[in-house]
Design a protein. Structure first.
Lengths: 219, 277
C-alpha cells in the first residue's frame, strides 16, 4: 500500500494515535516528575523507614520490565478487586517506571552541589525542609535537565506498551499492528509511525536543550 | 551510586540536637506505622479476595514449575545475549561512522543513532513480526525478538562507545602513531581496548534494558520467561501469583546486573587510579 492510500484510509486513526501517544507521554512524564521528587526527598530524609521505602520503590520500578508490570496491573490486580480502565492501567505503568529513574537522576544532580552550600545554609539556620526546597532541589533540577529530557523521550518510548491492551483509540505502535492485521500495510505503515515518534523525540530533545541552556549552572 | 547517596545524606545535616532528635524519633515511628499499614492493607486485600489460598500457590512447591520457569529464563537470557552481541556489532559500526572524518558517514551514523533512540522497541518488534514476513522473509522466533531489541539498544551503545573513545587521552594515539603504527592499527590495538575498559560498566547497565526489552518475546511466540509464565497461568489458573513471581524474577536479575555494573565501575576507577599514580 502506498503512503497516500494509507493516509486516505487511516489518516484519522493516525492523528488520533499520535494524540494518544502525546497525551500518555505528557501525563506520565509530569506525574513521574512529581513522584520522582517526592521519592527523592524521602530517600535523603533523616527518617529511616522513609529511606527504606524510597529505596525499595526505586529498586522495584527501575528493575521491573514494563511488560511484566503491565500484565500485573491489567490482568492480576482485578483479582484483588483493583479494576482500572485500560488507559489508567497503561498510565500506572508509564508513571511508575519513569518516576524511579527520575529520582535517580535528581539524586545524581544533587551530587553536583558543592558541600559549602549545605554548610552555608545550615549556618544561616535553615531547616531540613528549607534546605531541600531552597538549596538542593532548585540546583539539582537545574543540573539534571538533560537526563530528564532523555527521560521524557524514554517515557514516550514506554507508552508503546499501550499497544498491548485493547485500548481505544490506540497509540502509534498499536496502529501499526492494527493496520497490518487488517490489511497489508507493508513497510509504509511502520515508517509513518516511526517518523511520528522520531519527530516527537526530536522536539522533546530540542525543548530540553533550550531549557538546559537557559538554566544550566556554569561551575 | 551507593557511595554518593551516603555522602549526600552525610552532608545534608549535622548531628541532630535534642529537639531534632525527638522530632526525628516521632517521624520515624509515624512513618514506620504508615509503611506497616500499607503492607497490612495490601496483604489484607490479598486475603479477603482469597488470593492467599493454597490452591493458588501450591504449585510453586513443585520442581516442575521451577524447571519450566527456568527454561523460560534460559530463553530470556539467550535472547538477551544474542541481542547484546548483535547490538554491540551494530553500535561499533555506528560509532566508527560517528568518529570518522568523512562527513557523509558521520551524517548517516547520526541519523541511525537518532532513529534507534527515538523509536520504541515494540514498534521494531512489530516491524520484524508483521512487516518483514510480507516481503517473503521468514525469521526464526529467536531472531524476531533479538534483532529489534538489538537495533533498539544499538544507538545508545554507540554513544557509550564513543564517550569511551573520547575518554582515552590523545597522547596514547600520538604515541602509537609515532611508533609507526597505522591509523587502523592504532585504533584497534591501542585506543579501542582502553575505551572499552572505560565503558564496561555502562555496557553492563545497558544489558538491563536489553533484558527488559526481551519481554516482548511473547509477541513473536518465542518461549521466554513471560511466555512460559502465560502457559503456567493457563495450567493452574493462577494469574496473580505467577505474574507476581515473574515480576520479582525480572527485578532480581536486573538488580544484580545493576550491582555488577556498579562493581565494575568501582574496579575500573581503582585500576585507572593506580595506572595514573
Amino acid at each position: 500500500m502506498s503512503a497516500e492510500e494509507l493516509l486516505n484510509q487511516y489518516g484519522n486513526e493516525y492523528v488520533q494515535a499520535l494524540f494518544t501517544t502525546w497525551k500518555l507521554t505528557a501525563i506520565s512524564f509530569s506525574a513521574a516528575f512529581v513522584i520522582g521528587i517526592i521519592v527523592t526527598v524521602m530517600r535523603v530524609s533523616p527518617i529511616k523507614p522513609l529511606n527504606a521505602a524510597g529505596e525499595f520503590y526505586i529498586q522495584v520500578f527501575r528493575n521491573i520490565s514494563g511488560t511484566a508490570l503491565l500484565m500485573l496491573v491489567v490482568y492480576a490486580l482485578p483479582y484483588i478487586n483493583v479494576v482500572l480502565s485500560y488507559f489508567s492501567c497503561v498510565l500506572v505503568v508509564t508513571i511508575l517506571i519513569p518516576s524511579a529513574f527520575c529520582s535517580e537522576y535528581i539524586m545524581s544532580g544533587m551530587n553536583t552541589i558543592g558541600r559549602g552550600q549545605f554548610e552555608a545554609a545550615r549556618a544561616l539556620g535553615l531547616t531540613f525542609m528549607q534546605i531541600i526546597y531552597r538549596i538542593v532541589l532548585p540546583q539539582s533540577l537545574r543540573a539534571s535537565v538533560l537526563p530528564l529530557t532523555n527521560l521524557a523521550v524514554s517515557t514516550m518510548l514506554t507508552t508503546a506498551l499501550a499497544s498491548q491492551v485493547p485500548m481505544k483509540p490506540t497509540d502509534l505502535t498499536g496502529i501499526v499492528s492494527y493496520i497490518n492485521t487488517h490489511a497489508v500495510g507493508g513497510v509504509t505503515a511502520f515508517v509513518i509511525s516511526a517518523m511520528m515518534y522520531l519527530a516527537t523525540a526530536l522536539f522533546i530533545g530540542w525543548v530540553g536543550n533550550r531549557i538546559d541552556q537557559k538554566v544550566r549552572i556554569l561551575r | 551510586m551507593n557511595t554518593s547517596q551516603t555522602s549526600i545524606r552525610d552532608i545534608l545535616y549535622e548531628p541532630p540536637g535534642v529537639k531534632t532528635k525527638r522530632m526525628i524519633q516521632v517521624f520515624t515511628v509515624l512513618s514506620f506505622i504508615a509503611v506497616m499499614l500499607l503492607i497490612y492493607v495490601a496483604v489484607r486485600q490479598f486475603y479477603i479476595t482469597g488470593q492467599l489460598d493454597a490452591r493458588y500457590w501450591y504449585f510453586f512447591a513443585k520442581p516442575t514449575t521451577w524447571i519450566f520457569l527456568g527454561e523460560g529464563l534460559a530463553g530470556t537470557l539467550e535472547a538477551a545475549v544474542v541481542a547484546g552481541f548483535i547490538s554491540f556489532g551494530l553500535a561499533f559500526l555506528m560509532m566508527l561512522g560517528r568518529i570518522n572524518n568523512i562527513r557523509a558517514f558521520q551524517a548517516i551514523a547520526r541519523a541511525l543513532i537518532e532513529f534507534t533512540r527515538g523509536v520504541p522497541t515494540l514498534l521494531l518488534v512489530y516491524f520484524f513480526f508483521l512487516v518483514v514476513p510480507q516481503y517473503g522473509i521468514t525469521l526464526a522466533p529467536l531472531w524476531r525478538i533479538s534483532l529489534p531489541v538489538a537495533i533498539s539498544a544499538s544507538g545508545i551503545v554507540a554513544e557509550v562507545l564513543r564517550s569511551g573513545i573520547n575518554a582515552v587521552p590523545n597522547g596514547q594515539r600520538e604515541a602509537a602513531m609515532s611508533l609507526g603504527m597505522k591509523e587502523s592499527h592504532t585504533f584497534l590495538k591501542v585506543v579501542f581496548p582502553q575505551a572499552f575498559r572505560y565503558v564496561i560498566p555502562s555496557l553492563i547497565a545497558e544489558l538491563v534494558i536489553v533484558v527488559k526489552d526481551t519481554t516482548f518475546a511473547y509477541v513473536v511466540n518465542f518461549p521466554d520467561l513471560m511466555q512460559n509464565a502465560k502457559v503456567l497461568i493457563s495450567n493452574y489458573n493462577a494469574m496473580l501469583p505467577v505474574y507476581l513471581v515473574v515480576a520479582v524474577i525480572y527485578i532480581i536479575i536486573n538488580y544484580l546486573l545493576n550491582k555488577a555494573s556498579v562493581y565494575a565501575a568501582s574496579r575500573t576507577d581503582s585500576t585507572t587510579n593506580t595506572a595514573a599514580s
